[in-house]
Every structure is written in C-alpha cells, then in structure tokens.
Design a protein around this ligand. Structure first.
Ligand code: ADP
Ligand code: MG
Length: 741
C-alpha cells in the first residue's frame, strides 16, 4: 500500500544515491514475485488452494517458503555402521511396520529397515498415518538422530520414499512434469538417483514433498532473472554476504553444506536488517525536532492514591513509575514500552502515570484492545480516582447516544481528565482539550497507525505502551528498538502461581465433580474454549456447545453458569462480566475474549479445552487469569487423544515453568521467533530463518548497518531505491509516513 502519489512509479525509478544502485526492472518477463500461483506450471487451481493454507499465494511466497530441514544424501551410512549419539542418513527397505499405543496415549509408528549390512528400527511419535505410508517392501531414505533406546533407532527421522512397493531397482527418469495430478501418482515417481542435499519443506495436506520441491523449483526458475541485488555493495562486502539470487538458489538447492549455510546467513541477515531499518527510520522520525509538553508535578495525587491502596507497591512498580515521571517532565516526547508478566501489576503503573499527567494539568487517553478489558479498567480507575476528585470516562460501544455526546463535550472542555476506550477512542468525533499522555494496554493488539492516530489527538503527547507478552531483551530490541524499555520483573507478594494439570479424557468427569465441590465452597471457574483457526463462527459454536453441555451436566446443574463471547452486544458482555465479578455467576464459559487483561481475584480455577490449539505464550496468558487472589489456583488442560508431540512439549513447559519470560524464551528456542511474533499480532512479516536468540551476533551486525545507513543517507537518497521498494512491500503503511514527511 502506498500512501502518496509522489512515488507511484518507483518500480522504474532510477536511484541517485551515492552507493545504492538500482536496476531498472524489465517489462518483458510476464512473471514476477507478485504473480499468482495458479499461473505457475504445475500449480493449478486445486493445488493453489491447498498452498494458500500455508500462506503461499504468489511466486514470491513460494520463493520464500524455505526448507525446514535437509536430507544429506552425500554421505549414506550402511545400517550396520550406525552409532548412537549423532545424526545419520541411511537407505533401507521397510521390513515391517506397526502402530503402538504408549501408556501416555501416544500412537507411535515403528518400522524396521534393512539393507545388505543389517537392520535398524525407526520410530515416529504420534503420526499414526505413517503406518499407511511406510508400506512393507518400500525403499526409503531416512535422516535424523540415531539413539540407543533398548536397541538402536532413528528417532523421528525425516524420510523419503525412494521406490514404491514392488518396483524393481531400476532408475526413474526424474524429469516428470509436475501437473495437478493426484498426489499418489507423483509420490510414485521416486527420484532415487538424485544425489546431494535435498530440501525438506513444511507441507500441507494434499501437497507432497516431491510436489513442493517441483513447485519451488519452477518458481525459482521463473524468478531467478528478476532477483536483482538491492543491498548496497559496501554492506555485502563488509559483512561477507552473498548475492540475493545466489542465496535463494543455494537455500533451495544447496551445492554443499557450507553453501547452504552461507545462503541461510544472507537471508537471515536480510530479515533482521529490514526490521532494523524500519526501526532506524522510525527513530529518525521521532527525533525530528518535536517538543512535547513537559508534565511536571509534585506527585500529590499519586501519593494519595497509594495511601488509599490496601497494599504496598512492589519495588519494580515504584521504579517504573519514577522512570515515567522523569520522562514526561521533559519536553522530548516519551516513547516507553512497559513489559511485565501477567499479574505483575501494570494497570496500577498506568494509573499512577495518568495521575502524574493529570496533576500537571493535562488529559490522559488509555486504549485497550477489548471492550471487556476497557470496562474493567474503567471500574478500577473510577473507583480509585473518584476519591481524588479526578473525573474518568469510559467510552464503550454500549453507551446511549445522548450520554456519549455528553461525555465527548466534557472531554473537549477538559472536565474529564482520563478517557478510556477501545479503538473507539480514535474516532473523528472524539477530541481532547489538552491531551498530554497516551497509554496503550496490550499494545501488540493494535497496529502502529491506530497508535499514531491516538497520539494525533494531542500535540505530541507522551506515550506509554504496555505488553504482557514478555519478550527477552534481545528481541525487544529487534522489534521495538525505537522505544525505551521498562520491565516489571517482580510479582506482587502473595501471588500464587497456579498448578497446572493435564486431565486425560477418562478423568474429565472426576474433574467436573471436583470443580462442583469448589464452586459450592465459593470458588469461581473459567472454561475456555478452543481457538479454531481463522473462524470466529466456529469458536463461537464450540463455546455455545460446551455451555449447553455444562449447564445440563449433573455436577454443575445446581451452579449458575454464563456464556461470554466476542459476538455479544456490549451491554450483554458487561452484564455477564459484572455478574461474574460480583460472584453471582459461578462458572463462565468463554471464547478467548478473556485472554488478555481480565482480572477477577476470586476466580481460582480454569479449564482449557483442546489446549493443543493454543500457543505456549497464549496458554500462559490465559493461565494468568487465575491465581490473582489468595486461594490456591488450578489450571486443567483437557488432554483428549490426538494431542501431538509438539503440543505435548508446550504443555510440559507450561507445567514446569511459571515465569512468563522463561516461557517465552523456551517457546522461542523451540519454535524459532518466526511464529512467535505471528504476523497478525505484530503486523510484521515473520522471521523465517533469522533467530536473534540463537544468533545475537547477526542481529547486532544487521542493526549496526541499518542504523548507519539511515544516519548517513539523506531521506531522498533512500526513498525510491530498490531497497526502499522492498521495505514498502514488506512494511506498507509503516514506512509510507516517512516517504511523505
Ligand atoms: P497485569 O500486569 O497482568 O495487567 P494487573 O494490573 O491486572 O496485572 O494486576 C493484577 C492484580 O494485582 C490486580 O488485582 C491488582 O490490583 C493487584 N496488584 C497490583 N499491584 C499490586 C501490589 N503491589 N501488591 C498487591 N497486589 C497488587
Ligand atoms: Mg493488564
């Protein structure tokens, strides 16, 4: 998306920068990175639809669909020569296959492979369908860790079927056209002869490894002539990075291990560099001579607030409030990120910050992502501010028109000091008298533009953004390097970390009767329903069904339940939440609308259905809703059969760890930061190959180069270059602001 017409023809713009040369893009080639997949030979509409599930829609997407592993066929180890404790690649014929159930409910496939020299066992955890794939008599190639577990075995190896059952040892031509034919047909076309290092791609149902390889190969052929270099040559040589086109050829088709590694390094560097360049640009925009109102005060309101509280602030809370006080007393606008684990008490810090601004004579806007959270903050703020004579208004969707009008004019004439709302706060019709401080809660739920529009309601207000997704410092730097960072690294005393249990299906009833007993004793419970990928309608359905089952259930019939979901009207949501807060409702069946921020001290139990559908950090967020009171808290994860190995690993971490920062780090180590910052959440393209946790050195190098580039170049020298076009394509409106400014 391009915000202004001034550079509408950047595609053909010749750059005049001193060391940024661009190529003029030719018009003769009909294919480019934006070409839809269905135009690629072998893709076809059916296959294109399947690939869309992996987020692959264009040739460019296919090009950046990087292998998740490689099969190294350059060194084949005879089965008799395998030794435990390393990785190996071998070829053998399947002698037997069996499916075995473990006591923990896993369904593992065991296969015995044989070659001229001997036998070895292969085990795949919880992928029962492999029983049908690995038929007896098939020759397969396996690659992975070799371990001694009773006997020598390949554990979860990558594998590839070289020849189907009954085929003679003859070589296959391998040159088969890739069309939209049944998968099985392509599967049969083994390529046993292909030596070297072969990529293994992430797949989706109905697209086999072989098909994926061919598709990526065709995309590569079509795009190779278009993959011009866009990085300044000086950076490439200083950091010893290979050209962009070479990197893509080698990553998909490595000529050696070393070359594959070099290719990976170039692409990972680029991912980090792009992000850092975005940050450098954004920092340069902040640094334009800009003055914020210095908000200075004695701190009397905060003092009074603290006297009214039934508890003491933690040292971390006091430290952060002091940081905010200093920041906003200057005429340089504050841009501060406050990170703190769930339950670390961010709301109170926000309130204290708000009161500092109010005492200095300014207004405050607090934006939160859900109506439920806004109502809750509204209640807290009103309760604590009223005795101080500070007027608070909560703008939610449910307000009657006349009341909304009244509040808007009170905000405009300055009699309301603090306004809370969802993104409703950024509507045209809302104006402030003197907005001095903007606070954004759960900031990852908002886009930059929404934040910018709220800031635009004042003349360069100070800004505090808060996040409960605890990000290790290195990553905070990667993503928010343009912000100052405060960390609440301490939990309020008396905080009891919930105990986490995995409940097998056969003990579900037992769990319900336990819950029934707790409800009778006055406890409150959340039942959280599965997140169903990409379909709010299905989420709703799951919650509605569960609610119907539970209210009719013998164990829960005598208790009062309620249903909460995002599609309800604001008034209804408020009613339900209020009833829950007041203790009138015992159990609340909910979609993930309660995931962020909800704070009900008396709720001490939570049941999560289908925990395998949630990410680790999300489970941790949900768990953070309980254990806010003084009574012991429990989280029950319902483990129906079919929980995969990956999900089990997440659940194990959750059961072991209670610290959000540690959990985030584990999550990152296991998954890589790629999906950790899901595209939807941060609005940034995912890191596919870069892992700043594992390779902080590369991040540092990318950061240095990006910041130097922006410092050295004039804006006009950067805008319009090939590098710029890349940024535009990746970051859209985030950098368009720079282009106009
Ligand atoms: P989060 O950081 O997850 O947003 P909240 O701001 O919702 O956490 O705070 C969690 C709970 O802890 C709230 O009920 C709040 O009143 C309470 N709380 C905050 N600070 C303290 C403190 N210093 N001592 C005791 N309880 C506190
Ligand atoms: Mg919060």
């Amino acid at each position: 998306m391009r915000a202004c017409g001034y550079n509408a023809n950047v595609g053909f713009h010749e750059c005049s920068g001193p060391h940024l040369r661009t190529e003029v893009r030719g018009t003769h080639n009909p294919m480019d990175v934006a070409t839809q997949l269905r135009f690629l030979k072998g893709a076809g509409p059916a296959r294109a639809a399947r690939l869309a599930k992996l987020g692959i829609e264009t040739l460019g997407d296919l090009l950046e669909h990087y292998p998740r592993a490689y099969l190294d066929r350059t060194h084949l180890t005879p089965l008799a020569r395998l030794v435990p404790g390393g990785e190996a690649t071998s070829v053998g014929v399947v002698r037997s296959v069996s499916l075995r159930r473990t006591r923990g409910g896993m369904r593992n496939v065991h296969a015995i492979l044989e070659d001229e020299s001997g036998l070895v066992e292969c085990v795949w955890f919880n992928q029962p369908y492999l029983e049908r794939v690995l038929k007896r008599g098939r020759r397969i190639l396996v690659s992975g860790p070799v371990e001694l577990f009773r006997r020598l075995q390949f554990k979860n190896p990558e594998f590839e079927i070289l020849e189907p059952e009954g085929t003679a040892n003859g070589r296959h031509t391998g040159g088969q056209e890739c069309t939209d034919q049944p998968v099985e047909a392509l599967e049969q076309s083994g390529d046993a002869a292909a030596p070297g290092i072969v990529p293994v791609y992430p797949l989706t149902a109905g697209v086999s490894q072989k098909v994926m390889r061919k598709l990526v190969g065709s995309a590569l052929d079509a795009l190779m002539p278009l993959l011009h270099e866009f990085m300044p040559a000086s950076i490439l040589s200083r950091r010893i990075l290979i050209p962009w086109a070479d990197a893509h050829r080698e990553i998909h088709n490595p000529s050696s291990r070393e070359n594959m590694e070099t290719a990976r390094r170039r692409i990972a560097f680029q991912e980090l560099f792009d992000l850092q360049l975005l940050l450098a640009i954004s920092r340069r925009m902040h640094k334009r001579p800009q003055t914020a109102p210095p908000l200075r005060c004695e701190g009397n309101l905060v003092q009074h607030l603290l006297e009214d509280l039934p508890f003491e602030l933690t040292a971390a809370q006091r430290r952060v409030i002091e940081q905010i006080r200093q920041d906003i007393s200057r005429d340089c606008p504050m841009h501060r990120l406050l990170e703190g684990d769930v339950g670390s008490g961010k709301t109170l810090v926000a309130l204290a910050g708000a009161l500092l601004a109010v005492e200095a004579g300014f207004q405050v806007a607090l934006m939160a992502p859900t109506e439920i959270l806004v109502s809750q903050h509204g209640r807290t703020f009103e309760r604590l501010c009223e005795p101080l004579g500070v007027r608070v208004a909560t703008f939610t969707g449910g307000l009657p028109a006349s009341r909304a009008r009244e509040l808007r004019s009170a905000l405009e004439d300055g009699s309301i000091a603090i306004a809370l709302g969802t993104h409703a706060l950024i509507q045209e019709s809302i104006a402030f008298h003197r907005l001095g401080l903007v606070i954004v809660d759960e900031q990852h739920r908002f886009g930059v533009t929404q934040r910018a529009r709220l800031q635009g309601k004042g003349r360069t207000p100070h800004t505090l953004v808060m996040s409960a997704t605890p990000i290790p410092r290195t990553l905070a730097l990667t993503l928010f390097g343009d912000l100052d960072l405060s960390v609440l690294d301490e939990k309020p005393p008396g905080f009891i970390s919930p105990k986490t249990h995995l409940v097998p299906e056969e003990r579900y009833e037992e769990m319900l009767s336990y819950i029934s007993g707790e409800l009778a004793g006055g406890a409150q419970v959340y039942f959280v329903c599965p997140l169903i990928e990409a379909s709010e309608a299905l989420d709703l359905r799951a919650a509605t069904d569960l609610y119907a089952r539970l209210i009719a259930h013998a164990a829960l019939r005598q208790h009062r339940g309620a249903l909460l979901h995002g599609r309800m009207k604001q008034e209804e949501k408020d009613q339900v939440m209020n009833a829950f807060v007041a203790g009138e409702v015992g159990f609340l069946v909910s979609t993930t609308v309660i995931e962020v921020g909800v704070d009900v001290a008396n709720a001490s139990l939570m049941v999560i259905e289908h925990p395998e559908r949630f990410g680790l950090s999300q489970l941790h967020q949900l768990r953070g809703r309980v254990g806010r009171g003084r009574q012991p808290a429990h989280l029950f994860l319902v483990g129906r059969s079919g929980i995969g190995e990956e999900a089990m690993r997440r659940i194990e971490i959750l059961m072991r760890e209670s610290d959000g920062f540690r959990i985030a780090e584990e999550d990152l180590r296991q998954r890589g930061p790629g999906d950790f910052f899901g595209v939807r959440q941060s609005g940034l393209p995912p890191l596919k190959l870069a892992n700043p946790i594992a390779d902080p050195q590369l991040l540092e190098e990318a950061r240095e180069e990006a910041f130097h580039l922006v410092d050295d170049l004039d804006r006009s020298e950067l805008v319009g270059t090939a590098l710029w076009r890349r940024l535009e394509a990746r970051f859209g409106e985030r950098i368009a602001l720079y282009e106009v400014g």
